[in-house]
Design a protein around this ligand. Sequence first.
Ligand code: TC6
Length: 679
Amino acid sequence: MTVISTRKDGDVLVVTSNNPPVNALGQAVRAGLAAAMAEAASDDAIKAVVITCEGRTFFAGADITEFGKPPVGPSLPEVIDAIEASPKPVVAAIHGTALGGGLEVALGCHYRVAAASAKLGLPEVKLGLLPGAGGTQRLPRVVGVEAALPMIAKGDPIPAAAAERIGLVDKLVADDQLAESGIAFARSVSSATTHPISSARTDKLDTVLADDFFDNFRKTELRRLKGFEAPEACIEAVRAAIELPFAEGVKKERELFGKLVSGTQSRALRHVFFAERAAGKIDDIPADTPVLPIAKVGILGAGTMGGGIAMNFLTAGIAVTILEREQDPLDRGVSIIRKNYERSASRGKFTAEQVEQCMGRLTPTLDMNDLADCDLVIEAVFENMDVKKDVFTKLDSIVKPGAILASNTSYLNVDEMAAMTKRPEFVLGLHFFSPANVMRLLEVVRAEKASPAVLKTAMALAKKVGKVAVVSGVCHGFIGNRMLSPRQQAANAMLMQGITPWAVDDALTDFGMPMGPFQMADLAGLDLGWNRDASKGETIRDVLCERDRRGQKNGKGFYDYDENRRRTPSAEVEEVIAAFVAKSGQAPQSFSPEEIRNRLLFPMINEGAKILDEGMAQRASDIDTVWINGYGWPAYTGGPMFWADTIGLDVVVEGLKAFGHEVSPYLADRAAKGERFNG
Ligand code: TC6
């Protein structure tokens, strides 16, 4: 297949890429573009060139699968330099997404025409990289440093209209007119004697930046990216654009790119990129399985969870009927949904009109019969099997045949719920993570009898509402919570050995987790699940509750809190722990931060291995996807299983043995063979 073709439209050479699915700039595309530029140069009848793409998008970047392999020329920078050096004007005609190397190609062109719905961005930073084909040097020269820095160091694409405002796009055209407009634009500039050359521009670099411009950017924009190496390298590259001539800036960029691309973080983040895409696929479902239409969703429960779940569908344009048992909680639930939308609107994420459109799709009700015509009903009621079974029995009798019934349970057996219905093939689990309108993860729990069409529909729906879906088998806690449990046990066991809660929490936050287990417990409230019956044996947590240490809500839990909820270690908690240790007759232990971390994380990996062995997860990368998107595991380590691969499975096995755990035979076997979890 020829991925790059050329045709003449009068005196304009139209160069078209056809490299599905996303026109990634692999070797054949690069070679084709270089050849097309040579063709344009050698043909006197050609006065201008248009570069365009077929299919769903303009070039979505370098071909990520080529990273880490020996490079085959021409390189992308060489191709872009050749485009920019063309004496005949080159116009990029952009639709879909011009991303990464794709935008760098467009920046090498003399002009950019974009369809109104197009998006442009440099997302390399999300892969632990920086734009390494001149993008860090050309973009600031074209749009100025203030507009370029967030695009490069944060990586979010911008809509074509915004790109036009900052001077990145020269002309915005209607989506269905891109082809003709691109050619017409090229023709209109073909007789001009000079053309804008991105690398030679200085006009936008003249703006004087405040002394603390970069520091402010770090403080305000990069706070959430703590631990990621690439954003800092992006800043360094952009500084080079200001301080150095283009050729030297490019050299600096290339040096930084080379370091990042061979580093562990980028390898991990590239793994995460492909892991998220693999997770959406269910291996044993035939490709021709139909996706069922979902136009209306019913939700049982208008509490925090039900409301959050509802927002996903409302935002995606799907009608929702939400059911509560009483008017007050129903009204409260609806008003919280509205407040959430209004807060998003005040941050510019929605217009007032969109808020009303979303709310207009919501029907609150107290009558379960109103769910009859829903295509999918999700229950988010109290986490108790008897309550759930009752709900499924009722739903089965009310909701139309062929509709999907789903449970948002976080631990319980979905097969038992399915067995209450006459349609077990239409029952599955859809486990959302709180806050459900924000967290990206959705565990799709594959109930034993769920039909392929029902599973495929759940995966397609998840994608439509912007979730990352991962399939889990039916087991207690599914993938995520099942692995959380051994970590919690390890944390509690360490307290009993005299390790402080803050030493445990610090080990996890230093690793990159947003919170440790004891900070989390203080946030949720220690009295959640408080065992008041001392005869059953008291835990440290029970004693803290008795001492009225209930967590953040009353200013003391595992930590002490000031009026601004700033925490400090508590002497009282230390005393309580010391008393427990003394009672146990064991000498208090002291572990290094690294050992604490390993004691917490190795048992999770062991559980992950069991999950794989039992076939509860389809692949190791699915487990990584769950933990990154549902629990804040630092993406730059690639997730628990990829991290285990990085440090070596033999190291994990030895650690588990030393900590007194029984090693999963699956893990032991892979370690013995020198294999990894992830391929
Ligand atoms: C860069 O450019 C560096 C330059 C410097 C060089 C010196 N390469 O996401 P989808 C595959 S770094 C290879 O499901 P969507 C993807 O794996 C790159 N493959 O589609 C999937 O394959 P599968 C900077 C790629 O419509 C299929 O295409 N660019 C690439 O939801 C469909 O993908 C980026 O980071 C690629 N670059 O979203 C952009 N991109 O079917 C990365 C996609 O076998 N891409 N694939 O599973 C995206 O953000 C999205 O794919 C999208 C389309 C928005 C373009």
